[in-house]
Design a protein around this ligand. Structure first.
Ligand code: 2SA
Ligand code: GDP
Ligand code: MG
Length: 431
């Protein structure tokens, strides 16, 4: 049985480069939550949930801006102040979920302080990538970086600005600034202003004073579940900069993104994929550009949820997970996609990086130095059976148990959940 959720805040965070399977865990934990919140990022995030319905059919849900906890009909969704919101995409996602029979509209709230992603941010995202050429980031082109740039340069527009008579004027000024920087690009400024003002009316009943609402939830003993977006190695400060997203994806981003004090956080569950994937550009020390990488990609169905790009694949990197554990302080872990390793004769795990012949303690900040590391691997024996039907620790083959124990001991954090398939029920709850 899953442990009862404590009052206060429970957080689910990605410990690698994203797509660890955070959505699946959030969906499971939402059974025991009153609120499910997003605190950072935007609709660049993609979470796939597989639920078996009453007829035994598998139903797939994809979440981008909305939190995955919404499948539980008792949960209220909250889009926090640290999130960047593209309002047309928000409503597209809401409408798609409602068409699938999931009633969402009456339990969705958005902070008045969340910044807006506007159409020109998305165009500029593409233009910036073209400008970078061979060293492009490989963004999702959802306008996330440009929207956070507007925010940091103090010219961004927030949700509350939609209800301010100066919104059109401010919007035009922002577009003019982009024309000056990138030259004239095709963009229907007046058409977009009109669309935003129309959507503002639809959004109005969902808008709340973000920090006040969060404070009310916490002071009335509500159980708040936070769905981390992206992951530690994509964090603007601690990730492989500049190959990162533009938000704070760490535990720190949960406090700033929701407007809550750190002591409100009762647990932080780190999600660790049993191997490593990355989508987009940037360094990836354990990447396997060979048949191992291809097998992981195919068996793990590693395609971007938002962009359908093939995800790059490699062995589990415990140097990354250790670094991520230091920063986020996980109280327990969810090891996911262990089933994807079924059938490998041997499995490698990175346990150290050597630079200039010496083992280093942390994770290099300088990407040139990172490019020079020699990755030290431990080789563990694989298992030759299908573990997708395992439901308890004892069901797992001995070598799979050894693999899990190795990770747990290296990181010094208990593995609470083990994923053995995409569906909700394909989960071993260890404690
Ligand atoms: P952005 O669009 O500015 O946030 O891109 C910057 C970098 O962050 C990476 N990034 C992601 N990495 C993994 N998963 C993400 N979500 C989607 C998914 C990705 C997709 O769930 O599969 O569909 O491609 C995500 N979002 C952003 C991105 O690849 C850049 O490296
Ligand atoms: P997120 O961004 O961290 O929420 O992860 P994504 O949803 O983008 O990617 C994870 C993918 O792996 C999804 O397609 C999930 O359905 C799938 N998945 C999650 N856990 C498991 C697991 O334990 N085994 C397998 N085979 N698939 C899983
Ligand atoms: Mg994802």
């Amino acid at each position: 049985m899953t442990q009862a959720a404590p009052q206060g805040v429970s957080v689910v965070l990605g410990s690698q480069w994203g797509d660890e399977g955070k959505g699946k865990l959030v969906d499971i934990l939402a059974a025991d939550a009153d609120v499910c919140a997003r605190c950072a990022g935007g609709n660049n995030a993609g979470h796939t949930i597989v639920v078996t319905n009453d007829k035994g059919e598998k139903v797939k849900y994809a979440f981008n801006l909305l939190p995955s906890g919404l499948i539980n009909p008792k949960v209220t969704a909250f889009i926090g102040s640290g999130v960047v919101v593209h309002v047309p995409s928000l409503f597209n996602e809401l409408d798609t979920l409602e068409r699938k029979g999931l009633k969402v509209a009456d339990r969705l709230l958005v902070s008045d302080r969340a910044h807006l992603v506007l159409g020109f941010h998305q165009i500029v995202d593409g233009l910036k990538e073209i400008e970078l050429g061979g060293s492009s980031i490989g963004t999702t082109k959802k306008g996330i970086g440009p929207a956070y740039s507007s925010k940091a340069s103090r010219s961004g527009l927030r949700v509350h600005h939609l209800y301010d008579p100066t919104f059109p004027e401010k919007f035009r000024k922002l577009v003019e600034g982009r024309f000056k920087r990138y030259g004239h690009f095709e963009f229907d400024t007046e058409g977009e202003i009109e669309q935003m003002l129309a959507l503002a009316e639809r959004l109005r009943p969902h808008v709340v004073d973000g920090p006040t609402w969060m404070h009310q939830q916490l002071s009335s003993g509500k159980r708040v579940l936070v769905e981390g977006a992206n992951a530690l190695m994509l964090d603007i400060d601690y990730g492989t900069y500049p190959f990162v997203t533009s938000s704070a994806t760490t535990i720190g981003g949960v406090c700033t993104g929701l407007g809550i004090p750190p002591f409100a956080i009762k647990r932080a569950i780190g999600v660790v994929k049993a191997y490593t994937t990355r989508v987009g550009g940037g360094p990836f020390p354990t990447e396997q550009l060979n048949s191992v990488g291809e097998t992981l990609q195919e068996v793990g169905a590693e395609y971007g949820t938002v962009t359908a790009r093939r995800r790059r694949c490699g062995w589990l990197d415990l140097v990354v997970c250790r670094y991520s554990t230091w920063i986020n302080g996980y109280t327990s872990l969810n090891l996911t996609k262990l089933d994807v390793l079924d059938g490998f004769k041997e499995i490698k795990i990175a346990t150290g990086y050597k630079l200039d012949g010496k083992l280093i303690e942390g994770f290099p900040a300088d990407l040139d130095r990172l490019g020079q590391v020699e990755v030290i691997y431990e080789t563990l024996p694989g298992w030759d059976s299908d573990i997708t039907g395992c439901r308890t620790w004892d069901d797992l083959p001995e070598n799979a148990q050894k693999y899990v124990k190795f990770i747990e001991e290296y990181l010094g954090v208990k593995i609470q959940y083990i994923g053995v398939g995409p569906a909700r029920e394909s989960t071993i709850t260890v404690f």
